[in-house]
Ligand binder design. Structure first.
Ligand code: LLP
Length: 471
């Protein structure tokens, strides 16, 4: 590793010793370069996947998803067992809701967290036992709540006072008994390395801690509702235990207060466990994170003389993020001369329509040549998309081999979470297919859109005149 070369390069971007390397923890464990230098994903050369399915192409490594699902489940369940309780681990489906992925995580012993009626239908259609589903959302419609109660979802996470009354009416009309949690807002907000703790967090989810006790009393009055406990989610892409510890301490004070009025068998601390997007990210390993969080709750309970409740967690990104790799074809390159550097703009055939995260959150990614290994000489590069917008960036800062050229395939790792779900048709670009790879086999788990799909929504067009399948 060398130090940064100029002011046009952020300090965190290191010049790699090998511009073709695949950094551990950023790529799926099975990703490697074949003897000829070409990238292999799930046992299949990237170029073969592209020959079969085109570009852009989102690839998901099934073994990686399963392995990560099993790892996070066992990390929390073993930590809970050591502390003398049990843990439920839900896959937060918002990270990537798809029937194949739901089936994989169910088979690995997880439950499923959904946050809309649409996600609920995918989980049900994929065969999830409704009792294993948790239903979230700050604005669930009456129809969505009716459906959730009717199918018997295991828990509904109540987000507002209004929702309590909606559920009171629905359960009264159907004689159902629905298990519920109440989402509280602990005033702790965590992002990556830091957390911010305030008396009241200024955001839409949950109810402030100070408002919760009378709402729980009201829930307990309703014959059709059974109160399970509190829910608190403090943020996403969190690297350490501190934010969870602070939040748990605050929530446990309320948990203790509520015990005076009845049972509180469960405590759900949400998800948000961080992953490495680039070589400089260093999240706490999941076993250590799980142990630290569970221990923080256990110590908090012991200090208050409370029994440790059953615990629940909702990882999304951790499970699917590093299992995804997006393949693009390079279309054009151009060098832009800056005051202190030259930046090579490498345009690919996707962009903010298949990965909105750089534009939305300033998220950083990395990229590697996929069809072949490149020359050793690195150039400072920015991988950009094909959209008519200068913020259409795929990888803001990267070193790529100097011989990167039109027709090359580029691979961007860690695109398994919050990319396909946030994708759009901006500029009438069809959304790419998603292909699952497993031990040398591949199959489409999300069909790619065609131009015909897009034109069909424009009521002023006769789609019969347009070529089917054009991408
Ligand atoms: N539980 C609740 C209640 C949540 O709101 C979320 C994420 C999760 C669990 C899962 O969090 P994860 O383990 O995946 O970090 N689109 C953003 C992330 C939004 C997260 C929303 N809630 C992004 O691309 O970074």
């Amino acid at each position: 590793m060398h130090s940064p070369v100029s002011a046009s390069v952020p300090e965190w971007l290191v010049l790699p010793d090998d511009v073709n390397d695949l950094v551990d923890g950023v790529w799926p464990a099975a990703a490697h370069r074949a003897a000829d230098g070409a990238l292999v994903l799930g046992g299949i050369p990237a170029a073969d996947l592209v020959a079969a399915y085109g570009t852009p192409l989102q690839v998901i490594d099934e073994n990686e998803v399963r392995h990560r699902a099993a790892a996070v489940r066992s990390a929390f369940q073993q930590a809970a067992e050591r502390a003398g309780t049990t843990a439920r681990v839900y896959y937060a489906g918002k990270a990537f809701m798809n029937s194949a992925i739901v089936r994989w995580v169910l088979q690995e012993g997880l439950r499923v967290d959904v946050c809309t009626g649409g996600e609920l239908e995918v989980a049900l259609a994929a065969g999830a036992d409704p009792a294993l589903i948790g239903f979230h959302g700050n604005n669930k419609s009456v129809a969505e709540l009716e459906r959730a109660v009717e199918v018997g979802v295991g828990s509904i996470i109540i987000d507002s006072e209004i929702e309590i009354e909606r559920l009171a009416a629905i359960t009264a009309a159907t004689d159902a008994v629905q298990q519920v949690l109440l989402r509280v807002n602990s005033g702790v907000h965590a992002e990556t390395h830091d957390f911010l703790a305030t008396a009241h967090e200024d955001q839409k989810f949950g109810v402030p801690l100070s408002d919760a006790a009378p709402l729980v009393a009201r829930i307990r009055e309703i014959p059709g509702l059974r109160f399970l406990g509190l829910h608190c989610h403090i943020g996403s892409q969190i690297f350490g235990v501190d934010g969870f510890r602070e939040s748990a301490a605050r929530v446990l004070d309320l948990h203790e207060e509520l015990l005076a009025g009845g049972h509180v068998p469960l405590l759900n601390l949400g998800g948000g466990f961080g992953i490495a997007y680039t070589r400089v990210d260093d999240p706490t390993p999941i076993d250590q994170l799980a142990e630290g969080i569970v221990q923080a709750v256990a110590q908090g309970c012991a200090a208050r003389g409370l029994d440790l409740p059953e615990l629940a967690f909702e990882p999304g990104r951790y499970i699917v993020g590093p299992a995804g790799v997006t393949l693009y074809e390079v279309g054009t390159t151009k060098d832009v001369v800056l005051e202190d550097a030259v930046r090579r703009y490498v345009s690919v055939d996707g962009g903010m329509s298949d990965n909105a995260r750089p534009a939305l959150y300033g998220a950083q990614y990395s990229a590697r040549l996929a069809s072949r290994a490149g020359s050793d000489e690195p150039v400072l590069a920015r991988v950009v998309g094909r959209h008519c917008e200068s913020g259409d960036i795929v990888v803001d800062y990267e070193y790529l081999p100097a011989d990167v050229t039109p027709g090359d395939l580029l691979a961007v790792p860690v695109t398994g979470a919050y990319c396909a779900p946030l994708s759009s048709n901006y500029n009438h670009v069809p959304r790419p297919p998603v292909v699952a790879v497993l031990d040398g086999t591949s199959r489409v788990i999300v069909r790619g859109e065609t131009l015909r799909d897009l034109l069909a929504r424009d009521t002023g067009l006769d789609v019969g005149h347009h070529p089917e399948g054009a991408r």
